[in-house]
Design a protein around this ligand. Sequence first.
Ligand code: UN1
Length: 500
Amino acid sequence: MAVAETKSFQNYIDGEWVDAVHGETFESVSPATGELIGVFPRSGAEDVDRAVAAAKAAYEKWRLVPAPRRGEILFRFGQLLIEQKDELALLMTREMGKVLPEAGGDVQEAVDMSFYMAGEGRRLFGHTTPSELPDKFNMSVRMPIGVIGVITPWNFPIAIPSWKIAPALVCGNTVVFKPATDTPLLGERFVELLAEAGVPKGVVNIVHGGGGAVGDRLVRHPDVPVITLTGSRETGVEVLRAAADGLKHVHLELGGKNAVIVMDDADLELAVDGIVWSAFGTSGQRCTAASRVIVHERVYDELASRLVVAAEKLRLGPGWEPDTDVGPVINKTALDKIHSYTEIGEGEGARLLTGGEVASGDGLGQGFYYRPTIFGDVEAQMRIAQEEIFGPTTALIRVSDVDEAIRVANGIRFGLSSSIFTRDVNTAFRAMRDLETGITYVNAGTIGAEVHLPFGGTKETGNGHREAGQAALDVFTEWKSIYVDYSGRLQKAQIDTAET
Ligand code: UN1
């Protein structure tokens, strides 16, 4: 593939491309080859302050733009994403590493979300209700809130910004966006396309840089009433703490330790396909990845051996090569963390069935590649079955019935996604009811959420919010209840009076 010329990029504040005040920079490199992708401003508090001031000023006009008009800009944005899909997918493969078809899927999620939220511009439904008094009209409407601080991860570098920024905009808010430092170029392209679609100056601003400087200032800034973050549990806790003094609304989308349950009546071929896709797709770097497989003892050996065969067939390589199944992981730190969990698993007495090593032959040594890894004989309480690894590692746990399967599935701090493979409708419905996760799949893997349904998790996966679907509107609006009395006299609600 052609190696693009290295370029320096800037922040986008109040409709202008500008350097960071202190002129510092950082580099984005490809996890596949180490190729330099671009140089970006390492911004600080002053840059955030400028962006917030621009977003605050722009809010006064933007909140009054009719919602259908705001939606039309999102339609244009979705259209631009479609036109640029191939270019964006290739860029994503270079900057983030996922294979091309998955990168195209990431862009497609943003298209879908933009169109969905664009349509929301003509809905944003509130409620009307009867009044308890005569000649009085009651309704509740959604109000925008102000400047939204958007902090996004690198694993879905186009999709996740769209999950946050599209609903934020259609609801009438303005945005200061800090993309992950591993995928700044995709963040920058996202904002460029929004500007091209017609988002007025100041309405969306991007400030590049690390969580310590940019993220922290954004979270503490008194003029940013809402923070939406997708990231690790640890970052989520820090953000919540930092936002507490300002009593901010904080939307958190954090970790997962998602389980696939395979019952003894399952279609094993289908289960193997679903597990391989969910555990090793995106090199396991999805918060919805299947990092646990809970298997009925009667099919355990058969499933384990089929999974090993399937995993060993996967070809590692740069995501842009058509025969690559699994791309690199994001960086050296991630690679080291993933490998440390292999050592932890072996130390805990789990049996390494395949993988468990850094892949470096065939030119892979320049990138960060890890062999798809399966542990067998895993006990539910082992660290490899409890902690989020965020890599291509999955743990097989043997159980003897559906009750135990559900107990083990629920026996973790997270609650994002779950799945069950069974042909028994009664078992499926029990699992749908009893699995303590925000998302449950039946006869499919743990990944593949669609944008018009709520996305998010229970327990320590978040703090009770959902993104995507109608649920996202609750993050980006406040309810206002309005009472209109057209009786021409003072009517006292909740006061007992003789007349009605
Ligand atoms: C994430 O990993 O943070 O359901 C999001 C899925 C994707 C989104 C994952 N649609 O796996």
